[in-house]
Design a binder for this molecule. Structure first.
Ligand code: SF4
Ligand code: SF4
Length: 156
């Protein structure tokens, strides 16, 4: 963290997760033969093939500005079994607000699909947190909640 910089959740998350590169989520997922559509079907009962890419979900998402893949693109990636979607920021930025699920004309519950994608990642048991790489200053300024969130999201 730069001197004088206020500790904020975005900054601290980056600091906590700055650990050495291990296999990415997509790299681990690609090693698996299973299709994303099958894994999603196991985790939530959503007809992902019903999406006709209207973009309504993306248009109403309050976090769209910070997402690297829009919610409609997430659905498309899953249909095409493009496992790099598991490396996207989007699935973790999703706040489960259900706006997209409420507005989808095809009654797809995208919120549940986002959670299913997070579960797929968590079940790979990839630890991206380098807790021992933190400086003393970072340990003293990072909110405990940031650690709890990272352990929840990155360790499973
Ligand atoms: S709102 Fe529904 S149908 Fe439209 S792109 Fe999103 S998931 Fe697909
Ligand atoms: S549930 Fe997630 S993807 Fe859907 S609108 Fe809310 S933040 Fe966006």
């Amino acid at each position: 963290m730069d001197a004088g910089q206020e500790p904020g959740l975005g900054v601290t998350m980056e600091a906590v997760s700055k650990g050495k590169h291990r296999a990415t989520r997509a790299e681990v997922a690609v090693a698996s033969d299973s299709k994303l559509t099958d894994e999603i079907a196991d985790l939530c009962d959503e007809n992902i093939f019903g999406c006709y890419q209207c973009g309504t979900c993306a248009a109403g998402c309050p976090f769209i500005e910070d997402m690297d893949v829009t919610p409609d693109e997430v659905i498309r990636f899953v249909v095409l079994n493009k496992k790099e979607v598991l490396d996207s920021k989007t699935i973790w930025l999703c706040a489960s607000c259900y706006i997209c699920a409420e507005r989808c004309p095809r009654n797809l519950n995208i919120t549940k699909i986002m959670e299913a994608l997070r579960q797929i990642v968590l079940r790979k048991n990839i630890d991206e947190t380098d807790i021992y790489g933190l400086t003393e200053e970072e340990k003293g300024t990072i909110p405990q909640l940031a650690f709890v969130c990272l352990f929840r999201k990155n360790i499973g």
